[in-house]
Design a protein. Structure first.
Length: 229
């Protein structure tokens, strides 16, 4: 995984939630846990930060079905129901609300991990064609940036590619420095916010007509950056 893929688990059975989280983290995912449906609902606008949401059906205060319905009003993030309510009627109800998959408890851990990977792969916005930014063409397969006017080319680093890919996938959205560090560098490395600033400066030098007056990579004071093209 190039970027740390983030998964939200909404499960009130602590031992089960911890077990799932541990195994997902071993697989290299970033995990956020909620044990209460209402608390998850209060954070629903931030659910676009996740590549997958794993939902129990029977939750305190707000059910998984209600939560799924609300999430679908705002986001298309994949949702996997994980529930003891495993009748055909329950599965159909969950899928009708917009869930992508439904796994009944008890379940096989290996099967859960396989379904997680499949859902993320299906949803991942892979950039397989060239992307145009101003008069530059980016090829993410070859790590090359080509000037469309002079036809000159230069190579970008893996981290520059990952950062650029994240910006393109979130065009128009303000991304904090902390999120950029988390998703591109991960939790096992220890860069600082200055690291992000230096990489943005490098991208501006490549893409901006005038790096001192950026039109693509915008600084949002005290927060982070926003990309537009």
């Amino acid at each position: 995984m190039n970027l740390m893929e983030r998964i939200c688990i909404v499960e009130d059975e602590k031992n089960l939630a911890d077990l799932i989280a541990l195994n997902l983290e071993i697989e290299g995912y970033g995990v956020t846990l909620f044990s209460n449906g209402r608390r998850a609902l209060e954070s629903v606008m931030g659910m676009h930060n996740f590549e997958l949401i794993i939902l129990d059906v029977m939750l305190p205060e707000v059910s998984g079905f209600e939560l799924c319905k609300e999430i679908r009003k705002h986001h298309s993030v994949p949702i996997l129901f994980l529930s003891a309510k495993g009748t055909t009627e329950d599965r159909v109800a969950g899928l009708k609300l917009g869930a992508n998959d439904y796994l009944s408890k008890p379940f096989d851990l290996e099967e859960l991990l396989l379904r997680v990977r499949n859902l993320i792969n299906l949803n991942r916005k892979e950039i397989v064609t060239d992307v145009i930014i101003g008069n530059k063409s980016v090829n993410f397969s070859t790590f090359e940036v080509v000037d469309l006017e002079t036809k000159s080319a230069l190579s970008i680093s893996k981290k520059e590619k990952e950062l650029l890919k994240l910006f393109i996938e979130n065009e128009g959205r303000v991304i904090s420095r902390d999120e950029l560090l988390d998703r591109v560098w991960g939790k096992d490395q220890f860069p600082t916010s200055r690291t992000v600033d230096n990489y943005i400066l490098a991208l501006r030098k490549i893409f901006e007509p005038n790096p001192k007056e950026p039109i693509y990579f915008h600084s949002i004071r005290s927060v982070g950056y926003r990309f537009t093209k």
